[in-house]
Design a protein around this ligand. Structure first.
Ligand code: ADP
Ligand code: MG
Ligand code: ZN
Length: 472
């Protein structure tokens, strides 16, 4: 019988920090400019230049460390990580090694309603490398050094993750925290939030970890899950066939949906780390830490709890609404205009979560909900109004008036609709009166249909019941 295996996963995230200038020079960090237009002798790695540390970079990382319950080291040391690659003009990357910015934190995740803590090993600072460009060029490769020296935070987790779902939950949570803190834009496609996944498996019950592989090149949450699941299966198959896992770096091939070997795994000693002689160690005092702590915004967990208490919405709603700062702010703006938190939450969760940009204003959404609450339109018609609002950017009331979507609530109009439907189906009326009560739903449906969905459902039920019961 095949052995049962357990997956063990640790994630390394590189988050690009939202500073305006690079980590060791004054060049701009903005994305998408003309290649090599944002460079200077420092980030081009010319001989004899000296790096100067950007203070904001340290503060952004301190915020992240505090938000993830890490301990910030009193002394930070930069180190040279030596390797050769065309996108790295200096021949080394300035990173941190023995004395990172922060260590020993945690992030709480939730999978299938169960909470779990994932420990963070360390957070350190480093500079990004440039970018090699091969696409669309024949017989050559170009190098764009705009990204060289863009500040990165590397956030390394302990191997506490046990499934691809947990990995995705961890990444979403971490991304959410960074976006809340406004230290990273969290954009996976543009590469400002990148993840390497370390994956190994072990027979269930075994304490020792198996040999891991490291998956690179995964630029969406969906791919992270797929790549990890593929890798777990692949490793299981290797072991079941009596083989052994080779410690290596593998790439996720989006087209073929497989992981492929890239290179054998390098170890720390391959990089010949040594303390960066051009930068003095950074001292971080407890006063500085406290100053930064005061600038922390309300984080997702705290916001979620407050939403439950303050707006009396279910914890599930609160957790969904706070998964994005933008959505959470939109929700609060709506509630301050019109105090119906649950109805507002329902509309946001049902129709607005997957929108890149929220396509309507708080005034528009609450204006529409108010029309439903006042009985001006039915919930069903509201769907139409909502769609129309997104399309035309007009207010709900204007749409209702223009399209004649007012709810029909007066007895006389509803009764005439009922009469019409009853006349059209005399056999059903007879059947109903003989006791086939489940036909009631049929009549409701028919009247709704002839009313164009506009009949007030409460009134309709009431009047229909009376009419059907009283033989004419
Ligand atoms: P490197 O920098 O060489 O990749 P690290 O020691 O910094 O190595 O570890 C990188 C990541 O690998 C960490 O997130 C850690 O949790 C994870 N990891 C370490 N051992 C294992 C293992 N056996 N299985 C899965 N992940 C692991
Ligand atoms: Mg690694
Ligand atoms: Zn520069």
């Amino acid at each position: 019988m095949a052995t049962k295996y357990e997956a063990v996963i640790g994630l390394e995230v590189h988050a690009q920090m939202l500073t305006r200038s690079k980590i060791f020079c004054g060049c701009s960090t903005s994305f998408g400019s003309q290649p090599n237009s944002q460079t200077c002798p420092v980030c081009l790695g010319m001989p004899g230049v000296l790096p100067v540390l950007n203070k904001k970079v340290v503060e952004f990382a301190m915020k992240t460390a505090l938000a993830t319950h890490c301990t910030i080291g009193p002394l930070n040391q930069f180190a040279r990580k030596n390797y050769f690659y065309p996108d790295l003009p200096k021949g080394y990357q300035i990173s941190q090694f023995e004395l990172p910015l922060a260590e020993r934190g945690r992030i709480e995740i939730e999978v299938n309603g169960e909470g779990k803590k994932i420990r963070i090993t360390r957070i350190h600072l480093e500079e990004d490398a440039g970018k090699n460009i091969h696409e669309g060029i024949e017989d050559a490769s170009y190098v764009d050094l705009n990204r060289t020296g863009v500040p990165l935070m590397e956030i390394v987790s302990e191997p506490d993750i046990r499934s691809s779902e947990e990995a995705a939950a961890y990444l979403k949570k971490l991304r959410n925290i960074l976006v809340y803190l406004e230290v990273c834009d969290g954009n996976l496609e543009e590469g400002s939030f990148r993840c390497d996944a370390n994956v190994s498996i072990r027979p269930a019950g075994q304490a020792a970890f198996g040999t891991r592989t490291e998956l690179k090149n995964i630029n969406s949450f969906r791919f992270v899950q797929k790549a990890i699941d593929f890798e777990i299966k692949r490793q299981e198959q290797v072991l079941e066939e009596g083989g052994r896992i080779i410690q290596e770096t593998r790439l996720w091939d989006t087209q073929k949906q497989v992981t492929v070997p890239m290179r054998s795994k390098e170890s720390a000693h391959d990089y010949r780390y040594f303390p960066e002689p051009d930068l003095v160690p950074v001292k971080i005092s407890s006063e500085w830490i406290e100053e930064i702590r005061k600038t922390l915004p309300e984080l997702p967990e705290a916001k979620k709890e407050r939403f439950v208490l303050e707006y009396d919405i279910p914890p599930y709603d609160a957790s969904v609404l706070t998964q994005s700062k933008k959505i959470a702010n939109f929700f609060e703006a709506c509630v301050s205009l019109y105090h119906q938190p649950k109805a507002i939450s329902n509309w946001i969760m049902g129709d607005l979560l997957n929108e890149e940009e929220i396509p309507l204003s708080p005034e528009q959404l609450t204006g529409m909900i108010e029309l439903i609450d006042k009985g001006v339109i039915s919930g069903k018609i509201a769907k139409t109004v909502f769609e129309e609002m997104l399309k035309t950017k007009k207010d709900a009331r204007a749409i209702v008036e223009e399209k004649g979507l007012l709810q029909i609530s007066d007895d006389e109009s509803i009764l005439s609709l009922i009469d019409r439907v009853m006349k059209e189906s005399p056999e059903n009326v007879e059947q109903y009166r003989k006791g086939k009560e489940k036909l009631f739903g049929f009549f409701v449906g028919q009247v709704m249909k002839v009313s164009g969905g506009k009949a007030n459902p409460v009134k309709l039920n009431e009047l229909l019941f009376k009419k059907l019961k009283t033989p004419s």
